[in-house]
Design a protein around this ligand. Structure first.
Ligand code: ARG
Length: 303
């Protein structure tokens, strides 16, 4: 087994050296009851304060929920749960950010609680701690690190016990040293160098154990080299498409042997890559949420 270390410069191993892992099959959503844009937490929110259309917010979110409910009916997902949004938590609908649920070797299920950068978002975290505790997950807290935004920045290598961790905007590199030890899992730490790609889930979508799609300008040279070493195929999506349509915030996953992707409508290259990789793609509109800097991937949690 590979050391549960953080790799920042180079990866002295290949995917064949990594143990297998079962990908999750349950989805959690958070209803947008109190969704709003009250400040500018990321560059995509600039000029959008107060500009949400409540009716459209509800409609678009119901559209997303319907897609997941159908996947459950088709046997692709095992469970779809919804946690209600809380008053004063305007970004809570982005439920990829407050936690990192993880099944450790041996089967123990833990959930690492985030340390959100923004005060209003810190208030969201206990709601998710209660949800996962009720599901039997053991909540664990980072001791030293003070910036960590859960699955906004941590993305697993499909079917492998290896994590990728973005840092530089919402998560600090220190968090990964604690996390690797806590989860007993190696982490490839990727510096995010552009404010447009402030979470790893805005620019990096693993598609299989062998392939990934990403936006090159989000990564440092060293980070990109590590990705190229670990994936046989690296598909590049043009920056304008990744920014305009949040296309690299697609939710592409493999569950019960099926490849499924949910994607903001409008992209061309991203759609083509997903289809070439054998994904059944559903396109929908998340424009109200894109005004806040997020789309499909960050509006759900898989565990
Ligand atoms: N307005 C939210 C924020 O800035 C958006 C979060 C989107 N989440 C994501 N994982 N990209 O925190």
């Amino acid at each position: 087994m590979l050391d549960a270390k953080v790799y920042t410069e180079s990866v002295p191993f290949s995917i064949a050296d990594i143990g297998d892992r079962q990908d999750p099959t349950r989805v959690l959503l958070c209803s947008p009851d109190h969704f709003d844009i009250v400040d500018e937490k990321n560059v995509h929110m600039a000029g959008n304060v107060g500009l949400t259309n409540k009716k459209l917010v509800q409609q678009q979110w119901e559209g997303l929920r319907t897609v997941y409910d159908k996947l459950k009916q088709q046997g692709v997902l095992d469970e779809v749960s919804v946690i209600p949004g809380a008053a004063g938590c305007e970004d809570m609908v982005f439920c990829a950010n407050q936690t990192l649920p993880y099944q450790k070797a041996g089967g123990e299920e833990v959930v690492v609680m985030s340390k959100m950068r923004h005060e209003s978002r810190q208030r969201e975290v206990p709601h998710f701690e209660s949800f996962f505790a009720a599901k039997g997950f053991k909540p664990v807290h980072l001791q030293k690190a003070n910036l960590f935004e859960g699955m906004g920045d941590v993305i697993p290598h499909p079917q492998k016990k290896l994590l990728y961790g973005g840092y530089g905007h919402r998560t600090g590199l220190e968090a990964y040293h604690e996390l690797a030890a806590m989860l007993d899992t190696p982490i490839v730490a990727l510096q995010l160098v552009s404010p447009k790609f402030y979470h790893l889930d805005t620019c990096f979508v693993p598609l299989s154990s062998k392939s990934v799609m990403l936006c090159r300008s989000a990564f440092s040279n060293k980070g990109f080299q590590m990705i190229e070493q670990l994936f046989e195929k690296v598909h590049q999506v043009p920056e304008d498409e990744a920014v305009k349509y949040f296309s690299l915030n697609a939710h592409a996953f493999i569950a019960h042997g099926r490849k499924v992707a949910i994607l903001q409508k409008g992209s061309t290259k991203t759609l083509e890559i997903l289809k070439d990789e054998g994904y059944a793609v559903t396109e929908l509109d998340t424009s109200e949420f894109m005004k806040s800097g997020g789309s499909v991937f960050c509006m759900k949690m898989m565990y």
